[in-house]
Ligand binder design. Structure first.
Ligand SMILES: [Fe+2]
Ligand SMILES: [Fe+2]
Length: 338
């Protein structure tokens, strides 16, 4: 089912950096100064929202912001300063493997007594946990596979053909009713969530913004094409077992048939995507550009790092019986007319 094609409204600021970027986008304010960027906590709400705003101009933009702002040189300079801090922090904080196989190996360890978010949701998640998870993840899933599409002109040969094949599947394989972003909107409808693109930006926690900013960072820089491929591989390799648990969580909580279908679909599709990405996207890239091996490993390690931080945040809040969102969801939420 189609979700409405509207530009999202600008969110509320979370501090001086995001306030300055929002004011600039509205056309009436100076951008943050370098020392403001240097002082802000790198994974915090303010810096991550400021970066998210800069990136979103490359996707759907914002209501009232001229699309030409995407290439505003002052804004790009600010984005570069934010990215410099973000990228440096990731390289310092993520586990670093020099070897792609070693980095990939860490993804294959499935603990028997798993303690991740999908384990929690499968075993003891309640409907309100599932709704919070779905609402926050919508910041990515309503543009699922879009950040990865940017890598296509930067690949060639085997890697390009394989990457395009997986992206074709993510975009519905030629069928609008099978576009994964659309299937996610159907899942949200089952859960009584608002499917408007960007609707939950204000409510999403900083750790979630970090996960989306990571893919935009990798997707928008040709110099990080290896890291983007590493990110994609991590998503595809970890998706199948995680989706199986989430499908069980949807069934157990009575989320609804479309919610179950989204994850059932990913159990099947991503088992195939995993093989294609591993052998042909990574294999092809390593063959044509072997010097990118460390970048591919970095993309894997950075993805694991930011996903673990998000998981820790969700489980800490839920473990304490509180919402993981900046604004807890209403029950029931507004469901737009399809
Ligand atoms: Fe997908
Ligand atoms: Fe996939």
């Amino acid at each position: 089912m189609e979700h409405p094609r509207t530009e999202p409204t600008l969110p509320a600021p979370r501090g001086p950096l995001s306030a300055a970027v929002i004011a600039h986008l509205r056309g009436d304010g100076p951008l943050p100064l370098p020392h403001d960027v240097a002082r802000a906590p790198v994974y915090g709400d303010d810096l991550q929202l400021a970066l998210y705003l800069c990136y979103e101009l490359h996707y759907r933009g914002f209501d009232g912001v001229p699309p030409e702002r995407e290439w505003d040189p002052d804004l790009l300079r600010t984005r570069a300063a934010l990215e410099e801090r973000f990228g440096s922090a990731l390289r310092a904080d993520a586990t670093v493997h020099d070897d792609v196989d070693e980095a990939l190996g860490t993804l294959l360890v499935e603990p028997v007594d798993g303690t991740g978010v999908s384990h929690f949701l499968r075993d003891k998640g309640e409907l309100w946990h599932v709704r919070e998870y779905a609402a926050q993840r919508s910041l990515y899933h309503l543009k699922e596979a879009d950040p990865h599409a940017w890598v296509l002109p930067r690949l060639w040969g085997r890697a390009k053909a394989a990457m395009a094949a997986v992206e074709f599947d993510e975009c519905g394989g030629g069928r609008p009713d099978r576009v994964h972003a659309g299937l996610y909107a159907d899942l949200m409808r089952d859960l009584g969530l608002d499917t408007t693109y960007g609707r939950y930006l204000d409510a999403a926690c900083a750790e979630l913004l970090v996960t989306v900013n990571l893919m935009s960072l990798f997707g928008l820089h040709r110099s990080l094409r290896g890291a983007l491929v590493g990110h994609f591989a991590t998503v595809e390799i970890t998706s199948s077992p995680g989706s199986r648990r989430l499908a069980e969580a949807m069934r157990r909580t009575g989320a609804g048939p479309a919610a179950e279908h989204f994850y059932d679909e990913h159990v099947e599709a991503d088992a195939v995507h995993e093989q294609v990405v591993r052998h042909d996207v990574i294999g092809g890239l390593m063959e044509s550009e072997p010097h990118l091996a460390r970048d591919i490993a970095f993309g894997i390690d950075a993805t694991v790092f930011v996903e673990d931080r998000l998981g820790d945040r969700l489980l800490a809040d839920w473990g304490a019986g509180r919402s993981s969102m900046r604004t807890p969801l209403d029950v029931p939420d507004v469901t737009p007319v399809p």
